[in-house]
Design a binder for this molecule. Structure first.
Ligand code: GLA
Length: 383
């Protein structure tokens, strides 16, 4: 992909990039809506990424191009307003520049920029975190700045929260930043602190993207966030990570029904993440798989962020040979299902699930095979 990026960069900007960076997409493995509740989450950086090429310009202009959008978008050095319409993809790199500037980190003046991706957008694989982190690495390099990885991740999240305007937690940027081949990233989101957990050999990921999303998904995400904070307030704790199952049970009658249901999912899910870590370290993929199915059921019943399409995929995957477990991945309300499987699950099983889905919903899901890969990095620094 680096060669393709250089070729595309030349075609658009008339020269080669000085800097090339890469950041991967992610799978939310388990820990659904635990991040902004201060809990733990497990995710995998995957072998699908966004690459960014950058070359400095002496005239101070910033020219943003992307293989997925028409352009380039040409901005003056003092233009930091949010873009709209077909140019709104620029808000990801622009948001990163603003986050760097507002954090007191030097930013490059003018540059030519090009993003190239083999990570499907809108598939619940966090292409937004991938473009934020790959852009941030390139900007830091161009400005002669170096920051700890925790800061890189925080800058990406700040861009997403404050400039793009999505109140997400640390999961997406944290996993893209701290990914490691054949490992899961474990984030204790309160710190946050980042560690990795080895994946037992033969762990395969399959992602089934339904392309069906609730029209109000951003609003529903924000509403769930509010309901969780409300539940914590009524229980009398700062965040739901501080609530034990006994505290939640004691508060049930004081909580609205929806606040109770959301909190029930989060409190149980936090326990499942730690059980999954123990099962992974013991190499017990069957036990991990059971936790994945339990997480999905909890999303469906308590958090109400599943959909008929996601439920159907999980139910179709459950009896398949080689499938340890499956669940919705990411925010939910449509999107994608991920399955953890052995080599015994392959094209034949995938075909069966896709056919059944086609017969039921009249369209095929997109299917992607992924492995856990390394996190965001500088790829090259030219003359
Ligand atoms: C989205 C958000 C994450 C996280 C998940 C749900 O992917 O971007 O921060 O909250 O939803 O676990």
């Amino acid at each position: 992909m680096t060669d393709t990026l250089i070729e595309r960069f030349r075609a658009i900007h008339g020269r080669a990039p000085e800097i090339v960076s890469r950041a991967p997409g992610r799978i939310e493995f388990i820990g659904n809506h635990t991040d902004y509740n201060g809990g733990p989450v497990l995710g995998a950086a995957i072998d699908r990424s966004v690459w960014v090429g950058l070359a400095r310009r002496p005239d101070g202009r910033r020219r943003f191009a992307s293989d997925a959008h028409s352009g380039p978008v040409d901005l003056a050095s003092d233009a930091f307003e949010r873009a709209t319409g077909t140019q709104s993809w620029v808000n990801y790199p622009l948001g990163v520049l603003v986050a760097m500037r507002d954090s007191g980190i030097g930013i490059p003046a003018g540059f030519d920029y090009m993003a190239l991706s083999n990570l499907p957008a809108g598939a619940g694989l966090s292409s937004s975190a991938a473009i934020e982190l790959s852009s941030c690495i390139a900007f830091l390099e161009a400005a002669g700045q170096s920051v700890p990885r925790e800061v890189l991740v925080a800058l990406g999240k700040r861009a997403e929260n404050e400039f793009v305007g999505i109140p997400c937690g640390i999961l997406d940027q944290g996993v893209s930043g701290f990914g490691k081949r054949d490992h899961l990233v474990h984030i204790d989101c309160r710190g946050p602190t980042f560690t990795t957990v080895p994946l037992p050999a033969g762990s395969n990921f399959w992602v089934f993207n339904t392309h069906v999303r609730h029209a109000l998904v951003d609003g529903l995400y924000a509403e769930r966030h509010r309901e969780c904070l409300e539940a914590a307030r009524v229980i009398g704790v700062p965040l739901l990570v501080d609530a034990t199952p006994a505290m939640l049970a004691a508060a049930e009658t004081r909580l609205s029904r929806s606040a109770y249901k959301r909190a029930r999912h989060v409190v149980d899910e936090i326990a499942r993440v730690e059980q999954a870590v123990a099962a992974l370290l013991a190499g017990d993929l069957a036990a991990v798989g059971k936790l994945l199915f339990a997480s999905h059921r909890s999303s469906r019943t308590w958090f109400e962020n599943s959909s008929p399409e996601l439920d159907f995929l999980v139910e179709s995957l459950e009896p398949e040979k080689g499938v340890y477990g499956a669940r919705l991945t990411g925010g939910g309300f449509g999107g994608a299902v991920m399955a953890l499987a052995s080599e015994a699950f392959g094209e034949e099983g995938v075909g069966r699930v896709a056919e059944a889905y086609l017969a039921r919903f009249g369209a095929r899901p997109d299917v992607l095979h992924a492995r856990a890969d390394d996190g965001a990095a500088l790829i090259s620094r030219g003359p």
